[in-house]
Design a binder for this molecule. Structure first.
Ligand SMILES: Cc1ncc(COP(=O)(O)O)c(C=O)c1O
Length: 331
């Protein structure tokens, strides 16, 4: 079945596979065999997990004859930046509804959104963002344009396919490295990453690999509900007789440190720790919180000592620059 997904149209935005590196020092300190899957290392505009989703989403938009992408995200949204970059590469225009937290100062992702020429539409109330996207689409249609709306975070069935194939990529690389992952850990938010990985592992008969999502602010029960919906709507789209329930997903929400976009001392300490052991830059909104979660789960014995763990670095490279002042407080 995974072969059916491999034959879906994709608009190439980066070279795959991304590197999967053994993290010798960090793994040794934690007492696990640790690999970091570098989805922050991609060709499209500083990379990140959205690129895999956008390869399928943009291909879908092209197939439907669309000429403008509309999406939404917080001011530090990696998804908005990468949607803007993908749109440009595909010769399309791009509109992004921007919601709190954060401010519109021209730095980090906002700086890149502006360089890419995205039309940014700031909205104070996050709950109004979907309506605003729809009214932008209506206006564009009335002008003869063909808009394509992408939900927050690229959390659509097409987006899920990107991480379904990433599961295959991780297993192939693990085979080449002569290891068998027991856990895959990553930051989870709007859900396509975790849904795709879970679906991919299921289709490959590797359900024994546990995917652990670390929520960057949302309540675990809300995230899981969304993952189940997204999984089931994707398998319906694929015509597959596979359904998921809440038991198929593991999400921890105790590493949000005050919520989405809140940066605390622990978050910056984790960024410093990984920078100083592995020379790897984490971001303070997603990946540092996920890494803190991974480290704590090892300390708590939830992730077994001696086990093989793949941490997916999902990106976010511009975000530290957007929050330089906040990060500097704890340096
Ligand atoms: C760097 C980074 N990591 C993780 C996530 C969460 O991924 P998903 O929305 O697929 O759950 C995002 C999405 O916003 C992200 O930008």
């Amino acid at each position: 079945m995974i072969w059916k997904i491999l034959s879906y149209p994709r608009f190439k935005l980066t070279s795959l596979p991304t590197p999967m590196e053994r993290s010798i020092k960090l793994g040794k300190e934690l007492g696990i065999e640790l690999f970091i899957k570098r989805d922050d290392v991609m060709e499209l505009c500083l990379g990140g997990n959205k690129v895999r989703k956008l390869e399928f989403i943009v291909a879908d938009a092209i197939r439907k004859g669309c000429d403008v992408l509309i999406t939404r995200g917080a001011t530090h949204s990696n998804h908005v930046r990468l949607t803007a970059a993908a749109a440009r590469k595909a010769g399309m225009d791009v509109y992004a509804v921007i919601t709190p937290p954060g401010n519109m100062d021209t730095q980090g992702n906002i700086l890149l959104d502006r360089l890419l020429g995205a039309t940014l539409v700031p909205v104070e109330k996050t709950e109004e963002a979907d309506d605003v996207m729809r009214s932008i689409a209506e206006k564009l249609r009335s002008e003869g344009r063909r808009p394509y709306i992408i939900p927050a975070g690229g959390a659509s069935e097409m987006g899920v396919l990107g991480y379904t194939l990433a599961a295959l990529e991780i297993l192939e690389q693990s085979t080449l490295l002569g290891v068998r992952p027991e856990y895959i850990v990553h930051a989870t938010g709007t859900g396509a990453t975790q849904t795709g990985l879970t679906l991919g592992l299921k289709l490959l008969g590797a359900e024994n690999v546990k995917v652990i999502g670390i929520s960057n602010g949302r309540k675990a029960s809300d995230v899981v509900k969304r993952l189940v919906e997204l999984f089931n709507s994707t398998t319906s789209m694929l015509g597959l007789d596979v359904r998921a329930s809440e038991d198929d997903f593991i999400v921890y929400d105790e590493y949000g440190f005050g919520g989405y976009g809140v940066i605390t001392r622990e978050v910056v300490e984790t960024m410093k720790y990984v920078a100083r052991t592995e020379g790897i830059l984490l971001d303070p909104v997603y990946t540092a919180k996920a890494m803190y979660g991974l480290i704590d789960l090892v300390h708590r014995g939830v992730i077994r000592k001696g086990s093989t763990v793949v941490f997916i670095h999902t990106g976010g490279s511009p975000i530290p620059f957007q929050y330089a002042g906040k990060i500097a407080e704890y340096l």
